[in-house]
Write a protein that binds this ligand. Sequence first.
Ligand code: NAP
Length: 243
Amino acid sequence: MSETKIALVTGANKGIGYEIAAGLGALGYRVGIGARDDKRRDDAVARLRDTGVDAFGVPLDVTDDHSAAAAAELIADRAGRLDALVNNAAITGGHPQQPSLVDPAVIRTVVETNVIGVIRVTNAMLPLLRRSPSPRIVNMSSSVGSLARQSGPGSGTTTGPVAVAYAPSKTFLNAVTLQYVRELADTNILVNCACPGYVATDLNGFRGIRTPQEGAATAIRLASLPDGGPTGGFFEDAGVVPW
Ligand SMILES: NC(=O)c1ccc[n+]([C@@H]2O[C@H](COP(=O)([O-])OP(=O)(O)OC[C@H]3O[C@@H](n4cnc5c(N)ncnc54)[C@H](OP(=O)(O)O)[C@@H]3O)[C@@H](O)[C@H]2O)c1
């Protein structure tokens, strides 16, 4: 088995996902750049390769079963296994997201990408992850999905607008993550959620206050955890995020 570790980052053509790919590449991982648009994916792969990252493109729309299956086939052909899966791709669904105004179709679209997309890609990749000696799954969540921070004394610590599609999609993702943790409890697969903080990216019109590199740090750490590291946790740079 090759010594080089293999990672797949979804939504890696820009923003935090791109920086997760860059960071894992700097740690010596061979990184699959999961992205749905051919040109954006090729550009990102070229930029990463220019900085010395062993990057390869993985066509992947997380809302499409066939795309996820084809991505798994491509990684199987290229690498034969997967050591780290970072489910990073997500959408906000746009506006309005006040509960009283939202179009239910927006909620369905956001859940399809942010929750079912993670399940779809994870299930496609699990056979490859099971071939790794130390598999890791990282789900990019958000503190806006923390019910503890959305309510009670800590509620002032959340950022961003009222978002009845986006924020609960991350709560849903957190709950889904814990179900994977339960199912995979007797395996060596470590499964965790990451919050990047409030990061300046397209997702929020670049209003965030952190850089994408800063936002990538926790996911990179969780994707490269040593054996015996935590599983079933929700982490940000400062430590544990309450569910
Ligand atoms: N920015 C923040 O402050 C913040 C805070 C908390 C959590 N997060 C989370 O961090 C992660 C990255 O967000 P970001 O801020 O870097 O956002 P971003 O710059 O908007 O990037 C999102 C990425 O997801 C991809 N994507 C969306 N739908 C997809 C689909 N159906 N299939 C494949 N890829 C798809 C986008 O691809 P295209 O270029 O093709 O659209 C893009 O590469 C997300 O999970 C987000 O919820 C961000």
